[in-house]
Ligand binder design. Structure first.
Ligand code: GLU
Length: 284
């Protein structure tokens, strides 16, 4: 299959230098491999995403010199596919309804007999309060969690993946998945929509992504994605996690870091090659 990669921003803020690096690197790698570059708008969090930020993403990326295939996949238009994946996991008996709030989880996780709360890629590791609740007991305000122990038991061999970037691949073991990752949320209680981990896995497969190129801040999420791919019978791409662009204090750039927004550099007269130089890429 032809090398196919994607850039998958969420329109919850302005694109900054870190996004520019990720998008340009993926685009450069696709071009070098004579492959395909796709864009995906990760806009399931409707409370934080705005049409203006989305419009600005297209505008900034085009200005940077990127081209992508159309139509662009917008996750808000693809929720039926995520619901179908949730149904499949539910039919396998791997999901349970959870009514815990963040405060409940923090409290339960730091109860004296539990010791210090454990942290995984999604924050505090879920202490399992609702694990024995039955599916029939769920209410409209429940989240849905993956029963990680059951999920790993279902697979005779845990899947593995290849990594070509800055992070050696993490080996998937049952202990890592149950004790470090834990019972992650796959459908959110607030928006009732599929969580990031599920939508990203469904869409990478639907878009035929062979190479996922993204920041190393997401490297800890990759074992979750690889596990979900195995459970859902989807192919596992090759992963390439890249270094993060940092500010002068060594802090990684955040969405609210408008001082490094591409739009601001543009308004100050920077050229696309100036941006490439700032993030350490050769001129186009
Ligand atoms: N939407 C995610 C973000 O903006 C990236 C998802 C991914 O590349 O897998 O951080």
């Amino acid at each position: 299959m032809a090398f196919t990669t994607r850039f998958a921003p969420s329109p919850t803020g302005q694109l900054h230098l870190g996004h520019a690096y990720s998008a340009l690197l993926a685009h450069d790698m696709a071009r070098a491999a004579q492959g395909r570059f796709l864009l995906r708008i990760e806009d399931t969090d409707t409370a934080r995403c705005t049409p203006a930020f989305e419009a600005q993403i297209y505008d900034d990326l085009a200005w940077l010199g990127l081209t992508w295939e159309t139509p662009v996949l917008r996750q808000s238009e693809n929720t039926a596919a995520y619901d179908a994946a949730l149904d499949r996991l539910d039919e396998m008996g791997l999901l349970y309804p959870c009514r815990c709030t963040r405060a409940d989880i923090r409290r339960a996780a730091s109860a004296p007999q539990e010791g210090a709360p454990m942290h995984g890629p999604g924050g505090v590791i879920y202490p399992g309060t609702c694990r024995n609740r039955r599916w029939e007991d769920r209410t409209d305000t429940d989240a849905m969690r993956l029963n990680m122990a059951r999920a790993t038991d279902r697979l005779s061999d845990l899947p593995q993946y290849s990594e070509t970037g800055t992070h050696p691949a993490l080996r998937l073991t049952r202990a890592h998945l149950t004790d470090v990752v834990g019972d992650i949320v796959l459908a959110r209680r607030d928006t009732k929509t599929a969580a990031y981990h599920l939508s990203v896995v469904v869409d990478d497969a639907a878009q035929g992504i062979t190479h996922v190129i993204r920041g190393e801040d997401l490297a800890t999420a990759t074992p979750i994605h690889v596990l979900l791919q195995a459970l859902l019978g989807l192919p596992t791409p090759i992963y390439h996690h890249h270094r993060l662009i940092r500010d002068e204090h060594g802090k990684r750039l955040a969405k609210r870091d408008d001082a490094r927004a591409i739009a601001l550099y543009r308004s100050e007269g920077a050229t696309p090659d100036d941006i490439r130089e700032m993030v350490g890429l050769p001129p186009a």
